[in-house]
Design a protein around this ligand. Structure first.
Ligand SMILES: N[C@@H](CCC(=O)N[C@@H](CS)C(=O)NCC(=O)O)C(=O)O
Length: 215
């Protein structure tokens, strides 16, 4: 029995949700409100780092933090028709490399920009945000070139790389800057991702909470 500790608004949780929904893997969603002291403390007992998603596999008695590791685990232990990690070694390398690329060079820098807006006025980190904006431009520039000739992030098959790309491109487009002007290939790719049933479902579940994302 699988339980995902998560919140629907969280981009890294959406990444894990896409993987679960792709293969219709049965699981229970356990929502955690990190602003609630009791819920946060209970969650930190399970994973002291305090970041979600975390997957609990009661059958295997395993607790698995980190979205990438969760998807690797699902691909290995609960495989389905969508090969989130391709069988072919070279294709698997490409998908894994792009998962890391989207997490480090798009997702985390996007989080830095948005996270800074949640800080009180006097505690903002202008230098850090300027650096993150520059890193984001670099990351998006690389991805834009890649997506000129691809349907999905790693080629023609949907994979872990798309689970990583979808939520972060959505939030970049919504909060940092619309992709359509400077990044038409990424805008078209985000359009395809938004129609993919797994991500469309995760996004629909996030909708009631989107008002809490700082504009
Ligand atoms: N490397 C982690 C990142 C997870 C992460 O940053 N999660 C955010 C939500 S999107 C979180 O839990 N933030 C709460 C906090 O930092 O206190 C992963 O891939 O799962």
């Amino acid at each position: 029995m699988l339980t995902l500790y998560m919140h629907p608004l969280s981009s890294f949780c959406q990444k894990a949700l896409i993987a679960l929904y792709e293969n219709e893997t049965p699981f229970t969603a356990h929502h955690v409100d990190l602003m609630d002291e009791a819920q946060s403390a209970a969650f930190k007992k399970m994973w002291p780092v305090g970041k979600f998603p975390v997957l609990r596999d009661e059958t295997e008695k395993r607790t698995i933090p980190e979205s990438t590791t969760i998807i690797e685990y699902l691909a290995q232990r609960y495989p389905g028709p969508t090969k989130l990690i391709p069988d072919d070694a070279s294709a698997a390398y490409e998908a894994r490399a792009l998962d890391r690329f989207y997490d480090f060079h798009v997702h985390l820098v996007m989080q830095k920009i948005i996270g800074d807006r949640l800080r009180p006025e006097g505690e903002r980190d202008k230098t850090g945000v300027d650096k993150a904006r520059s890193a984001l431009r670099t990351g998006l520039g690389i991805a834009e070139k890649d997506m000129a000739a691809r349907t999905w992030a790693a080629g023609e098959a949907f994979s872990i790389a798309d689970c990583a790309a979808a939520p972060t491109l959505f939030y970049v487009n919504m909060v940092v800057a619309p992709l359509a002007g400077a990044y038409p290939n990424l805008a078209a790719y985000l359009g395809r991702l938004s129609k993919r049933p797994s991500y469309a479902r995760a996004l629909k579940e996030a909708e009631p909470f989107l008002k809490y994302v700082p504009a």
